[in-house]
Write a protein that binds this ligand. Sequence first.
Ligand code: XUL
Ligand code: CO
Length: 439
Amino acid sequence: MAYFNNIEKINYEGPNSNKDMAFKFYNPDEKINGQRMEDILKFGVAYWHTFTEDLSDPFGAGTAQRPWDKFSGMDLAKARVEAAFEFYDKLGVPYFCFHDVDIAPEGDSLKETYKNLDEIVAMIKDYQKTSDVKLLWNTANNFSHPRFVHGAASSNSADVFAYAAAKVKKGLEIGKELGGESYVFWGGREGYETLLNTDMKLEMDNLGRFFHMAKDYAREIGFDAQFLIEPKPKEPTSHQYDFDVASGYAFLQNYGLEKDFKFNIEANHATLAGHTFEHELHYARIHDMLGSVDANQGHPLLGWDTDEFPTDIYSTTLAMYEILKNGGLGKGGLNFDAKVRRGSFKADDLFHAHIAGMDSFAVGLKLAQKLLDDGVIEDLISARYDSFTHGIGKEIVEGTTDFKKLEAHALGLGDINLESGSLEKIKAKINQYMLTMYK
Ligand code: XUL
Ligand code: CO
């Protein structure tokens, strides 16, 4: 059965196309520094926002009108799989991502949940035989059900810890079955609300234990996905244990997990943490911890996770700059953890939104590569730190000086000559590149 009858395959038509249902900038076969755009960007569709989201918000009911609305239960789950593969194919995305509960309803018991999952996973596997679409990552939703009210791996209840472990164990088996490239842990409820009832040390130790057991089980069954932690500072809990990349990295190092995990960095989570998207990508990259990206954007005026489709070209450019400097994303990709606005309730909007996001990252990729090729940012940065390439600076970097020698150097100095940081100059240059690139 077809669900998006009025939509044809979305093709690349170039920057001057008047057709809405067409890519203006995302040209999968175009070579960027010798590599196909599609293979660098590795776009993924987020199952939850595209096929299960109803567009409700805390003040109002869902508005989404979907061609699978008439189904319920397992029939609905199956209809969504059919619709999903039609969507991937028409959009031409190479990857998808899901939580366990996105693809199959929870049953009355864990056993029944497994049974539902097995049926849908077998169906997805069948579709994968005739489609090129691959699983970028899957994850366990250990945050929505009321049993996770006090956390999952950081719950005060050992039974809940075990339940969460069982769901992740099943998720790892599913990831292996479907050939997932990565496996994600977003700690939705792994945090706390108040210290007045919380043993933070035990909760964090348990979280560390949980990750070790997950990694050990994946190894045991021969699932070689890249493990990814997805930091988020708040929402739903007021204090999340994986606040941002820096605190997440400290956590991983503290529990001896830094060799087995990398980060899945989400733009809107970065801004909620008071960082820019590129800050989080950069911080992860310089520590060799950049694994994957949840591509979206927050609203500049709102303090919560709005998960908008990424359309800010400045941001996608600086993000792609980091990704190119990282040598790509390896087993990760750009997953659109983004939802259409509540007012964009038609099924067609799902296509428009993904086209907008894919085009925005394609522009970002081309621009970032050009900035790199021309050394626009790199030359400025190396000139700025030139003092560390010779003389006393070189001695500092090489570890051949000490405080006494530095004092002697300082005492011999006259006026210190500092150069401008040239921020406005560089921004004007980037704007010039942006506005002339497609001329
Ligand atoms: C929530 C969020 C999740 C994770 C996967 O803010 O980003 O959808 O990406 O659990
Ligand atoms: Co996310």
